[in-house]
Design a protein around this ligand. Structure first.
Ligand code: M6R
Length: 614
């Protein structure tokens, strides 16, 4: 997830670009950069990399330019392909520096395109997938009537969700954008035309906005905007106005980041999964271990993580053991290093962490390396401490998560860990390449199912109104429903501060059932995973204690609830993939309860987003 801005017309300036980037920083701040198309000096590029300091450096460097700007493009980066370095900072050029591009999203087939370009003599100056687009346009432009025709030909070759914006030295004042399942909007004040990833970037400049439909191009000049299909057919543009304040616009109109991030889950998961597996069923890691054959000799997997990341790790244990037959141990990071974990060079230790900085998990990773294990980091922040320390890295590509309560990174972690499980099964010879591909294809269908579940938003709000006043909440599940139950309870505790516990449903009768009475609410994760019938038997035990029952189940099973109980219907998936949808109603429930209580869902009391103390 990155932020893009572009401007042409009388208002084009460094200040417009950098102010817009400041408002897009929530989309990432690994680096910032702009290209100005100037009257006297052609293209001028300014870039800076250094986390939150990037934009400050860019403002001071580019702010010293006082010449005339015809048009400009800008970018704030959340690193996915290539580390958060200066040479990976956008905008990127082609070989001749006549094409400049900023890009948000992923070019899934960039490896094969890059090989083709390298064979054709192109020289790359970054590790990004973005740069291939600039070079392909360079190849196409001499055979095209104009820049937009060249961009159209190149866009047809791209796979993956993305939006990008291009300027060409040969067409001053022209900006060409392309959108496919990644946000981009047009705005104007009548004398300047803008493109941006999000409305806040241009909200104080533009009064009129236009949506760009997916698979379409947009061409901006100082005189106006056109939308075109990739076959160069004009598409009517419909304008709209917005009445958001700047503050609410940063959250795209959502009340807070947590709700926004809940709704970003389909895109986060899609970006995490897309283009990650070869036709032979081999996983494309972001950082490969020095010797992948070592993974074939792995005889134990150890997963270390904290909090929500630990729950994702729990789901992975079921999948890895099922597909690979390798034993998996799971440890809370802060426990791992203070016992004597049995780990050697045939153990793969997987550190799961959104931030890649959580001190306990980082320390566990150090310990694993000291014990001679092979290590893998699964994290969301490119270049984080864990990513730098581990032998191999698999990034979730969920984009920055601002809300303290993890949502989109959790479902993305599960997606990433499912791919890891398939990879291990492949290298251990437990699954044929075609079986891995088939399962991967099923995995790719999950984001669309997540979109369906988001339709439960209002129903979960009603449920929060109904039960928000109850004193205790229990979440029960079995098999992969158990980590879902733990995560449902953690979300509720974190932001509502209400007592909530997650339990393996079969364990209830060994103690916790004593707590059940008419004032307790029990959520049962009863989708059609392996132990569905057994979970429903456990629900009977709950009913006998007069507690309120909410069943998370699959379509067709609605009749399992009795009068007065609630059935929340979520799409049925492969049992091991089910947690990625089953957990979402629980995130929504926690969110609505917290809001109902007047709590700040983004900044719950006593918590920090990243815990870098022991
Ligand atoms: O950055 P990490 O994934 O390592 O963080 C681990 C936990 O601190 C984190 O998951 C925490 O539990 C969240 N607040 C959960 O919403």
């Amino acid at each position: 997830m990155c932020g893009i801005i572009a401007v042409t017309g009388s208002g084009a300036s460094v200040e417009i670009l950098t102010t817009g980037l400041r408002r897009l920083e929530y989309r990432g701040y690994d680096s910032a950069g702009i290209v100005l198309h100037t009257r006297d000096d052609g293209f001028l590029r300014f870039r800076a990399a250094g986390g939150t300091k990037s934009l400050v450096a860019l403002e001071s460097e580019a702010g010293a330019f006082h010449g005339e700007v015809i048009a400009g493009i800008g970018h704030t980066r959340w690193a996915t392909h290539g580390g958060p370095t200066l040479f990976n900072a956008h905008p990127h050029f082609d070989c001749g520096e006549n094409i400049a591009i900023v890009h948000n999203g992923i070019v899934e087939n960039f490896r094969e395109l890059k090989e083709e370009l390298l064979a054709g003599g192109h020289v790359f100056s970054s590790e990004t997938d973005t740069e291939v687009i600039a070079h392909l346009i360079e190849v196409q432009l001499p055979f095209s009537p104009s820049l937009v025709d060249a961009v159209a030909s190149v866009a047809k070759r791209m796979r993956g969700a993305m939006s990008f914006v291009v300027v060409g030295a040969s067409e001053p004042g022209v900006i060409v954008g392309f959108k496919r399942m990644a946000p981009m909007v047009v705005g104007t004040d009548g004398s300047s035309w803008f493109l941006a990833s999000d409305i806040p970037a241009i909200l104080d400049r533009a009064g009129t906005f236009f949506q760009i439909e997916d698979e379409n191009l947009v061409v901006l000049t100082p005189k106006g905007a056109r939308m075109l299909t990739l076959d160069m057919v004009d598409v009517p543009m419909e304008s709209f106005g917005v009445d958001w304040t700047l503050e609410s616009a940063e959250r795209s109109g959502f009340d807070d980041f947590m709700s926004k991030e809940i709704f970003e889950q389909p895109a986060a998961l899609r970006d995490t999964l897309a283009g990650r597996m070869t036709r032979d069923g081999l996983l494309l890691l972001d950082e490969q271990p020095s010797d992948l054959d070592l993974w074939a000799r792995v005889d134990k997997v150890f997963i270390v993580a904290c909090g929500t990341s630990f729950h994702a790790g729990m789901v992975a244990k079921y999948a890895i053991e099922h597909w690979t037959k390798i034993p998996v141990e799971l440890d809370i990071s802060s426990e791992f290093r203070y016992r004597d974990p049995v780990v050697d060079e045939r153990t793969l230790v997987v550190a799961v962490s959104q931030s890649g900085e959580t001190l306990d998990t980082l320390a566990a990773l150090h310990e694993a390396r000291n014990l001679g294990a092979q290590t893998l980091a699964v994290c969301n922040v490119v270049g984080s401490s864990m990513a730098r320390l581990a032998d191999a890295v698999l990034y979730t590509r969920a984009g920055p998560e601002v809300g303290v309560a993890a949502t989109k990174t959790h479902t993305s972690q599960i997606g990433a860990l499912m791919m890891l499980a398939l990879q291990l099964a492949r290298v251990k010879g437990q699954l044929y390449p075609q079986e891995v591909r088939d399962l991967y294809d099923q995995l790719l269908a999950v984001p669309a199912k997540v979109t369906e579940v988001l339709g439960l938003w209002d129903q979960m709000r009603d449920l929060a109104v109904r039960y928000g006043g109850c004193s205790r909440f229990y979440f029960i599940g079995r098999h992969v429903g158990y980590p879902v139950a733990l995560e449902g309870a953690l979300k509720l505790k974190e932001i509502s501060y209400l007592p909530a516990e997650g339990y393996p449903a079969g364990e209830l009768k060994h103690g916790a059932i004593a707590m059940l009475d008419a004032d307790a609410v029990v959520f049962a994760i009863a989708t059609r995973t392996r132990l569905y019938e057994k979970v429903m038997s456990n629900v009977e035990e709950v009913r006998a204690r007069n507690s309120a029952v909410v069943v998370i189940g699959n379509p067709g099973d609605e009749s399992v609830v009795s009068t007065g109980e609630t059935f929340i219907s979520v799409p049925r998936l492969h049992p091991l993939f089910a947690p990625m949808v089953d957990v979402i109603p629980l995130q929504m429930f926690a969110y609505h309860v917290a809001r109902g209580l007047g709590n700040d869902a983004d900044r719950p009391r006593n918590l920090a987003k990243t815990v870098t103390v022991e």
